[in-house]
Design a protein around this ligand. Structure first.
Ligand SMILES: [Zn+2]
Ligand SMILES: [Zn+2]
Length: 331
């Protein structure tokens, strides 16, 4: 009996595995592809989707390519520079523009910002904004998908991004962005910009290798440092705000969550470490509320405003400063 039953059990199982593999392959390219429906996917319990995460795993494994390519001062400088430029893309663009609309720009300017944001390899602008707005609505309660107090440190830092239910974008929470088809396109095909960016880094490496051999850079070395290592560091730097910024530092405002202000995290993330300030008043373009709270993202936004690309940076209302003074925590 057993031998007769085996094929009928094995066949559907292998067929469903094959279907899951095909779905993942499509989803690597088209992030809106959801055979079971996006709404149904979001209602599933948390479960790591290993197939879907292969590109994310490759990003980390690619860092070990350094064993083969070695290093050079130029490659290190490029990696650091791209970390800086793309951390701004996350903080100044995905966060302070797409998630909170703390300043204004033109439609062309918005598209340019979306392309810049895409180089950070943190998926599309609408997906990012959707999750971040959800975080503000449910900070540290049971609905918050990346609270260290609900799910533990590692889930808040990296686990949540691997969960099947967190992949689809909830377009209903980003209706203001959904009305721009060019943004929806970049969000749907969210590997296009990262792939073009990786190719650009590799091409610059090739150019340096051919025309400036004295620098000791090769195309593969620059790809490892400028793309894999820099992007992986960027991911973990950003993730510190989801994990450590709700655990480490001081609380100036008695917000409903456990957000905190941390100078160290502000350096790592160009100003996002003033997270308790941010949770108290997310509508402002600045997160360092006082001159001594270093907020490099805000300084760069001021520079962009000076160029005319963006305008109407929203400030901190006086009532928030009064509240800070009343609570005796202005330092
Ligand atoms: Zn937070
Ligand atoms: Zn925010």
């Amino acid at each position: 009996m057993t031998t007769h039953l085996q094929p009928s059990i094995e066949q559907p199982r292998s067929a469903s595995r094959f279907r899951a593999l095909c779905a993942s392959l499509v989803q690597w390219l088209d992030s809106d592809f959801a055979p079971e429906g996006a709404e149904a996917a979001r209602r599933q319990p948390d479960k790591i989707d290993w197939l879907r995460c292969v590109p994310f795993i490759v990003l980390h494994v690619g860092c070990f390519g350094v064993v083969l390519t070695g290093w050079s001062v130029t490659a290190l400088a490029v990696a650091a520079g791209l970390y800086f430029i793309r951390m701004f893309a996350v903080t100044g663009i995905y966060h302070r523009y797409f998630s909170h609309k703390t300043y204004r720009t033109s439609r062309a300017g918005q598209f340019f910002l979306a392309l810049w944001g895409g180089t950070a390899v943190q998926r599309g602008p609408l997906w990012w904004a959707y999750h971040h707005r959800h975080h503000h609505q449910h900070s540290d309660d049971s609905e918050d998908v990346h609270s260290p107090h609900v799910h533990g440190f590692w889930w808040s830092h990296i686990g949540w991004i691997t969960s099947r239910r967190n992949f689809p974008t909830d377009y209903n929470t980003v209706r203001d962005l959904k009305k721009f088809p060019e943004l929806v396109f970049l969000n749907r095909f969210d590997t296009l910009v990262p792939a073009a960016f990786a190719l650009a880094v590799w091409s610059v490496g090739w150019w340096l290798e051919v025309y400036f051999p004295q620098l000791g850079v090769t195309k593969w070395q620059l790809l490892v440092w400028g793309f894999f290592i820099s992007t992986t560091a960027l991911f973990h730097g950003t993730s510190c705000i989801n994990s450590l910024a709700h655990l480490m530092g001081r609380r100036r405002f008695f917000t409903d969550d456990d957000s905190r202000n941390s100078f160290i995290l502000s350096i790592v993330t160009l100003g996002e470490g003033w997270h308790n300030n941010h949770h108290r008043y997310p509508a402002t373009a600045r997160q360092g509320f006082y001159w001594w709270e270093i907020d490099i993202t805000y300084y760069l936004l001021r520079v962009l405003a000076w160029t005319g690309l963006i305008w109407e940076l929203k400030g901190v209302p006086n009532s928030v400063y009064v509240e800070a003074a009343k609570q005796g925590r202005s330092d």
